[in-house]
Design a protein around this ligand. Sequence first.
Ligand code: TPW
Ligand code: MG
Length: 547
Amino acid sequence: MPTLGEVLLDALKAHGAREIFGLPGDFVLPFCKTIEDSATLPFYTLSHEPAVGFAADAAARFHGGLSVAVVTWGAGAFNLVNPIAGAYAERVPVVVISGAPGVTERASGWQLHHMARALDTQTRIFAEITCDQAVLTDPRTAPAEIARVLRSARERSLPVYLELPRDLVGAAAEPVVPLPPRPAAPEALAECADEILARLAGAERPVLLVDVELRRFGAERAAAALARRLNIPVVTTFMGRGLLSADQDMVAGTYLGAAGQPDVTALVEGSDAPLLLGVILSDTNFAVSVRKIDMRRAMLAIDREVRIGHHVYPDIPLAALLDALLARAPAAPARVGRSFAPARYPHGLVADATALVPSDIACAVNDLFAATGPMPIAADMGDCLFTATEIAAAGLVGPAYYAGMGYGVPAGLGAAVATGERPLILVGDGAFQMTGFELGNCRRYGWDPIVIVFNNASWEMLRVFQPESRFSDLDDWGFARLADDLGGEGVRVRTRGELAAALTQARARRGRFQLIEAMLPRGATSDTLARFVAGFQAARARPAGSR
Ligand code: TPW
Ligand code: MG
């Protein structure tokens, strides 16, 4: 009979996990040995657990399935709380596997090292930020528990938690039998699809607003097909930026409310039938809007539910809904002619000696991609994320809703693993201070991302909201010079010409990470961030109730 460690790995793979990120410790050493010896899934170790969580999160986002974060109990797992909270908020199915004291140690009644308070403290904390959990203390029941937990992760596209006592890794266990997905009730699905199509057909200005759940459930092409069939424009949310990259002709842009392009904002806010597919109703997605969306007319599909007006259809998986809509949608376009212009992005950077501003970076990247093809992008929190919305859609991941700093660099490493392609990482100097050192792991694994550090020696995002505070001034750490010692190559650029040249050179050099440190003046923000701040302040200035 196989061991519990082995059947867990086989089950992860059978449920769509493709890789494991981790950081070993004694409570998880036996399982890490099984990971390595079995070679069921590739195993990448990083330097600090937050990076393990962010890398797994980004890998799951890019390949659209489960990813795995393996850590030791207590000191290791608690370091994973923030990335998993972010994954929960942004609906990413990361499987947390924590080693744990053995069942015999658990019974000893002693305080164990790494124990914060009680044996179950960690489990209870993770229960808040995962959708299903199991502590695998019995090899006989473990396979069924693993099956349930992994199905939950896939069905809800949320993180889950498994705790594996170290003395059970080698215990004999039956293979995990995957549970069948729970389907939608057919009549409810049919009624729901009919109601949506009737509302769309009766509307003058329908719009499809799409967000990350579409990618999580592999339903982007179906959404694009529906939009094409009905000739309805598609707008992505801020979170959903980069969705439908294979069907860009259908995408009118990114909805940023008052901070966005006015024609895109008008499409959404002026719609009399907005269909919101997988949309997280968050303040970054919506609060900057002046009028917001007319929610009485909106149809919202999220978390296996569809809300229309004042009623709810439960148990409607997003992919099943799209299939049902496509099966019923009229074959001929209801509207003739295109009523929207596809999104526009800045390009044609003048490569002269003018000092850089953030939007120049978007422009230079657009030029680079146009010349040499797109790259997957990982962006951190900060103005780099707003700048990323000015880059013509490639695959993009960023913490657009949870907004946690430190995501960008490790997420780029996860992107390298998940896509097999060379990623572009956009990160501010403040965020780079948090997790930039993870680039030191590139050489071991042969990753060679291009990293653009937006160095304004500042927490600029904080300064724009509270300009008087001196604590937002950071030191200039000279990141380009660090690159060599970490196994990469670095260059510092100050002008548009230097940036364009550095990007071309970075693209041509393979095998080592390429760090471009873009020196930006304090106080200079991207065009998008400037609009976001203006919209935010205008919303704040209005009396409550009129927002
Ligand atoms: C984990 C609060 C949001 S943005 C920001 C802070 C401190 C400054 C970012 O500085 P950076 O980028 O990276 O130099 P830029 O463009 O603003 O100059 N701790 C965490 N997450 C968040 N969001 C904060 C603090 C914050
Ligand atoms: Mg900064």
